[in-house]
Design a protein around this ligand. Sequence first.
Ligand code: KIV
Ligand code: ZN
Length: 513
Amino acid sequence: MSDQLIIFDTTLRDGEQSPGASMTKDEKLRIARQLERLRVDVIEAGFAASSNGDFDAVKTIADHIKDSTVCSLARANDRDIGRAAEALAGARRGRIHTFIATSPLHMEKKLRMTPDQVFEQARLAVRFARNLCGDIEFSPEDGYRSDPDFLCRVLEAVIAEGATTINIPDTVGYAIPELYGNFIKTLRERIPNSDQAIWSVHCHNDLGMAVANSLAGVKIGGARQVECTINGLGERAGNSSLEEVVMAVRTRRDYFGLEVGIDTTQIVPASRMVSQTTGFVVQPNKAVVGANAFAHASGIHQDGVLKARDTYEIMRAEDVGWSANKIVLGKLSGRNAFKQRLQELGVEMASEAEVNAAFARFKDLADRKSEIFDEDIIALVGDESVTSEQEHFRLVALSQRSETGERPHAKVTFFAGAKEVTAEADGNGPVDASLKAIEAHVQSGAEMLLYSVNAITSGSTESQGEVTFRLQHGGRVVNGVGSDPDIVVASAKAYLAALNKLQGNVERTSAQW
Ligand code: KIV
Ligand code: ZN
């Protein structure tokens, strides 16, 4: 058996299924590029047949990503599989991941199909997919709650049809590590052609055991692929967290005896990018990527670490990409230094015009903030409210007045399409007043689900504020992110960014909208 563990990242597919985590095509491509820098083996880019937007995102990622395999999910039917193959046509290495539910509950209540019908559909789907692509993954959805005899029958048949990876999902997060590991071991022992496929684990975190279950599937069951997401993003309690799986296998190589191809120094940048894009904040005590993961507060611990680092540290912060806030650029930095820093940070700009626009924003920021950190630069290039001239709503200027005992007032000037508008309103606070001013003109009718403010760099009130709004309208949920040293301005930018996303697909609810 191979001693290489394949890391299959599904942040852009299963992670995105988390309510409120939906991403635009550009955001997905940016994250896919970071996953490629992280050197994940497989990127599940989406579910091509589910919508035109998802199709475009999978296709764009397949066309741009060169070092990782790009995968699309597909239900076990010809249309879905055909769409996946079409979206993946430009990929250097593509994979179709097809699935059908096999548990009694799902077959009877959800699919309303007999086990024989499911068996036949799975077999024919893999046969069809294999004619379109050489790399086929098959998942029996709710596999862990399926009857083992039936599962053996299905899996033996799909391997015979050419499935190259067999993934066993614990779809509802019901498994216990030892039981899940043994479940996979038994399947592999009982299925005569099991050695012709790579076995994979896919665990959800409903009981907080997704990572433990995945690792048991590897250690006890002999799986050699783990499906996971950055920050454990995913539906309900999320998926297995990539950073925890990778660092467990790497830190305890003595126990697992496995290699992972991941560049671990890209873990924290990936975590930040996903958190910033989705608005899902990482809890401070989250393993590996939480702000406190390497902070020693107690005197005894600090004393120990100063004397010998390994007294209390089992991993090195720099190995997972934590760097102390570094002042990288300032007011006097030139365009070349800025461009070089963008390259070092792995930020690709489509044209010189984009570099110029980003440099102008950098200069503007440097005028207001004396120390510019890497995190500021990443926020600056990712700030959707100002990055694209094509955006419908763009902030031009904001002024606000607030005083103890007085009702705050805001005046906001912004572009709505080609037209520059100025609107004013009072509110409970300056942020509320600014949003009310924008809404006085836009009248979006959107419901606000989340408003969060974070400091981009810790330890100073000089930090830029990074604001996320989550808005819901017409059955869609979107996030808008904005950053600025002034959190009222950051809030207005984030709100306009969210409106742009809603505006992209939403029926107009008023003449202006
Ligand atoms: O959780 C699950 O069952 C899935 C499958 C589609 C692999 O995400
Ligand atoms: Zn899943």
